[in-house]
Write a protein that binds this ligand. Structure first.
Ligand SMILES: NC(=O)c1ccc[n+]([C@@H]2O[C@H](COP(=O)([O-])OP(=O)(O)OC[C@H]3O[C@@H](n4cnc5c(N)ncnc54)[C@H](OP(=O)(O)O)[C@@H]3O)[C@@H](O)[C@H]2O)c1
Length: 215
């Protein structure tokens, strides 16, 4: 499988690229900083240097991919403007690039709770950008899977999770298990059209994903 992970130097992205490369898939990661290329190569991935917020043509990078994964984010240190240009604008730019390049499989890393009304305070622009990005992905006619993790941790993965569409309670999940869930979704075409909340739990990832597909 040829997979382009956008935001390829992100913490989840690097884990996913390593999983893909370790089993022989063509793992490509889009990074904006050429200085990050070596970290991708060390993970077995091929870096593609392109700034999502710049003018470069993303469709060329997308062309030839079997799937794309949006793993970029402006991050907690950024202001509301970059929530619009990265978390929303980057995601919609990737949608447009997929249309231009004829790629239909799009996995999105979102966040639990973005559709809950009444967000206020400094996180509100983030939730708003992610909510709009997810809606754009759902409305684009793509074979999407939207993965909405709870609070991310760097704990070692367990391979076991709890999922729901949506879940009625929050929780946390390791970045390892988010990456493993994205890999499982890439391997399961019937996860197209699924949007899931994801936290750590007791169910093996494949079975958790299957429980949503069966519904
Ligand atoms: N933190 C939480 O508890 C939580 C919970 C649920 C969901 N999430 C979501 O999960 C996502 C992934 O998490 P993570 O920890 O893997 O994120 P992360 O480590 O912050 O990775 C985000 C990546 O996006 C890249 N990026 C930013 N602007 C870019 C641009 N203009 N062009 C290309 N790449 C760009 C960053 O590159 P640089 O290194 O160059 O800045 C960074 O490598 C987050 O973005 C967030 O939306 C987070």
């Amino acid at each position: 499988m040829n997979v382009l992970v956008v935001g390829g130097h992100g913490q989840i992205a690097l884990r996913l690229l390593r999983l893909l490369a370790d089993r022989g898939d063509a793992a490509r990661g889009l990074v904006r900083n050429a200085g990050h290329a070596g970290d991708l190569e060390a993970a077995g991935a091929t870096p593609v240097v392109l700034d999502l917020e710049g003018d470069a043509d993303l469709a060329e990078a997308v062309r030839g991919a079997d799937a794309v994964v949006f793993a970029a984010g402006a991050g907690p240190g950024s202001g509301p403007e970059r929530k619009r240009t990265v978390d929303l604008g980057g995601a919609t730019k990737l949608i447009d690039a997929c249309a231009a390049a004829g790629v239909s499989r799009y996995l999105m890393i979102s966040a639990m709770g973005v559709d809950r009304p009444g967000h206020s305070g400094p996180m509100a622009p983030y939730y708003e950008a992610k909510r709009e990005a997810d809606a754009a992905v759902r409305d684009a006619g793509l074979d999407y899977t939207i993965v909405r993790p709870g609070r991310l941790t760097d704990d070692p993965g367990t391979g076991r999770v709890e999922v729901g569409s949506p879940l009625d309670h929050g929780g946390e999940v390791s970045r390892d298990d988010v990456a493993a869930t994205l890999l499982a979704a890439l391997d399961e075409p019937r996860s197209a059209g699924v949007q899931l909340d994801l936290i750590g739990g007791a169910t093996p990832i494949d079975a958790a994903l299957a429980s949503l597909i069966a519904r």
